[in-house]
Design a protein around this ligand. Structure first.
Ligand SMILES: Nc1ncnc2c1ncn2[C@@H]1O[C@H](COP(=O)(O)OP(=O)(O)O)[C@@H](O)[C@H]1O
Ligand SMILES: [Mg+2]
Length: 247
C-alpha cells in the first residue's frame, strides 16, 4: 500500500532522509524505530502528503502522491488515521466537543447523529464517562485515548498511523494504549507506529524498521530484531534488559 522509492528530504540545508526505500502492505503492523531527530515524524508527514520529498517517489496504492494536487491528496489522507505526537486536543473544548469537531468539519451529519457517533467513538476507547471533561482534567493516557477517538471520527481508515503514541505515559497507560491500538486494527487493518520505545513496539508490531542517518538500518521480524548484533539495535534493546527482572 505504501512504497518509498529512494526518497530524500531535507529541512533547508539539513538532510533528514537520504534515499530511503521501503514498502509496507495494507495489513502489516510495522514499528518504525530510531533515535530522536532521525526523521520518524517526517516519514509520517510524507505518507500523508503534508510535505513533499526533494527527490524520489512515494506511492500510495500505486499512485505517486508527490505529484498530486491538494484535492487529490485529501482523498489519499482519508485512507489513513493519523494520531500526532502528544495527540494535542483543543484546550478550550470538552472531550465531547473535541471529537465532534472533525465530524462537523468533514461530514454533513446532523447534531443528533454527531452526538451518537461521538458517544460510540468514546466508548470504543473507554472514555464515554468523560464526555464533559476538559482536556486539562485528563491524565496523559486519557488524553491520548481521546486523541485516538478524534482521529477515528470522520471516516473508517484503511491504515492507522501513530506518532509516539505512548511517549510520556506511565507503563500501565502505555500498555492500555498499545492494546487499544491492536484492538482498533483488528486482524484486517494495518498500522505504522513510530516510537523510540522497543517494549511498546514489540507489543504492537510484527515487523520492525530501524532508521539511522536517513536510511533503513534494519528491517525484520521480532526474532531477527531480538537477535540482531547491530550496536545501534543492541543499544535500543537495552531498554528491555532494564525492564526484565534481574537474574
Ligand atoms: N519544520 C522543521 N523545520 C526544520 N527542521 C525540522 C522541522 N521539523 C523537524 N525538523 C528537524 O528534522 C529532524 C527530523 O525530525 P523528525 O522527523 O521530527 O524526527 P523524529 O520524529 O525521528 O524525532 C530533527 O532534527 C528536527 O529537529
Ligand atoms: Mg517525532
Amino acid at each position: 500500500m505504501i512504497l518509498f522509492d529512494r526518497v530524500s528530504f531535507s529541512y533547508g540545508l539539513c538532510p533528514i532522509l537520504d534515499g530511503l526505500s521501503f514498502s509496507i502492505g495494507a495489513q502489516e503492523r510495522v514499528a518504525v524505530l530510531g533515535g530522536s531527530g532521525e526523521g520518524k515524524t517526517t516519514i509520517l508527514k510524507l505518507i500523508m502528503g503534508l510535505i513533499k520529498p526533494d527527490s524520489g517517489a512515494i506511492l500510495v496504492d500505486g499512485e505517486d502522491i508527490t505529484i498530486k494536487c491538494e484535492a487529490h491528496l485529501r482523498e489519499v489522507r482519508m485512507k489513513f488515521s493519523l494520531v500526532f505526537q502528544e495527540g494535542a486536543l483543543f484546550d478550550s473544548l470538552s472531550v465531547k466537543e473535541n471529537v465532534a469537531f472533525c465530524l462537523r468539519e468533514y461530514t454533513k451529519m446532523s447534531e443528533e447523529e454527531i452526538d451518537g457517533r461521538v458517544r460510540e467513538l468514546l466508548r470504543v476507547v473507554g472514555m464515554e464517562h468523560a464526555l464533559e471533561r476538559m482536556p486539562d482534567e485528563l491524565s496523559g493516557g486519557m488524553h491520548r485515548r481521546v486523541a485516538i477517538a478524534r482521529s477515528l471520527a470522520a471516516y473508517d481508515p484503511l491504515m492507522f498511523l501513530y506518532d509516539e503514541p505512548t511517549s510520556g505515559l506511565d507503563p500501565i497507560s502505555a500498555d492500555m494504549i498499545c492494546r487499544l491500538i491492536l484492538e482498533l486494527a483488528g486482524g484486517r487493518r494495518g498500522l505504522i507506529m513510530v516510537t523510540h520505545k522497543v517494549s511498546d513496539a514489540l507489543k504492537v508490531a510484527d515487523r520492525f524498521m530501524f532508521l539511522k542517518a536517513g536510511r533503513v538500518l534494519f528491517d525484520g521480524d521480532r526474532e531477527r530484531l531480538v537477535r540482531s548484533t547491530l550496536p545501534e539495535i543492541r543499544m535500543f534493546m537495552r531498554e528491555l534488559e532494564c525492564l526484565s527482572p534481574a537474574e
